[in-house]
Design a protein around this ligand. Structure first.
Ligand code: GRF
Length: 250
């Protein structure tokens, strides 16, 4: 993140201690000055640029399609620079190909061990110099190499209200448990399974006659809207994380 580093250096040279540099678009940088917090408009530094996003998929790519639609408007502040998958034949990669985007496929089975796959996936993403990596239905747990490179800026959208119903059967597990509210969670990926800091959640009702398909589809509609909204706001306004508390925007 060279341009953010440059802004940070600019402040350090002027005696300001950066509190948190976490704005990929570098619009707002929070710095600590003696006795106060001040917001510095990085526009003045001429360092504003669009947020580069790599999206990882394993399936149909409806979340990816929603991001594509949003990113078509330059005001959204996001450029999807590449789409990656963990298997061949995903709808998500097809969507990206149809738009002439860079794509890559890294299959675990093509590598000797998980660590090699992790390194290859990391390199494939890093090649596109993303500010954010978004897992939109990517059904793999990324390893330590990946998190060392993209930790704090690797997001995942999950189709349950975490911490309930982690794992790949979120809607089915919610239905089986008998909850009356289900939903989706956008979070920053950490070493655990669906345990990272929560950025946003959206709830939908569970209807009496729901089956897994109808509930899954209701969640997905709300999940897509949330993903588009929050990724855009993160790109344009930045975010801060203290402990487990995330705040988007200034
Ligand atoms: C999303 O609901 C996500 O939460 C889950 O898989 C779904 C991906 O759907 N892990 P799509 O491929 O974006 O249509």
């Amino acid at each position: 993140m060279a341009r953010v580093w440059a802004v940070e250096t600019w402040h350090v040279e002027r005696g300001c201690e950066p509190l948190w540099i976490q704005s990929p678009r570098a619009v707002w940088i929070t710095v600590r000055q003696p006795g106060s917090l001040s917001m510095v408009d990085a526009h003045r530094l001429g360092r504003v640029s669009v947020c580069r996003v790599v999206v990882l998929v394993s399936g149909g790519g409806s979340n990816l399609a929603a991001l594509f639609d949003a990113a078509a408007d330059p005001a959204y502040g996001v450029e999807i620079v590449a789409v990656g998958a963990d298997r061949h034949g995903t709808g998500g990669v097809e969507l990206a190909c149809a738009r002439g985007l860079h794509t890559f496929v890294e299959r675990v089975s093509d590598y000797e061990d998980r660590a090699d796959w992790d390194a290859a996936l990391t390199a494939a993403c890093a090649e596109h110099e993303p500010d954010l990596v978004v897992s939109a239905g990517f059904l793999k747990i990324c390893g330590p190499r990946f998190l060392a490179e993209f930790g704090g800026r690797y997001l995942n959208t999950h189709n349950s209200l975490l911490p309930s119903f982690a794992g790949i059967h979120g809607p089915a597990d919610a239905l089986a448990y008998g909850v009356k509210l289900a939903g989706a969670t956008l979070f920053v990926v950490d070493e655990g399974v669906d345990t990272g800091v929560i950025l946003a959640q959206v709830a939908v009702p569970v209807e009496d006659d729901d089956d897994v398909d109808t509930l899954t589809e209701r969640i997905k509609v709300a999940e897509r809207a949330q993903l588009v909204d929050v990724v855009g706001r993160m790109a344009r306004e930045g975010w801060t994380i203290e402990g487990r508390r995330a705040r988007i925007g200034a």
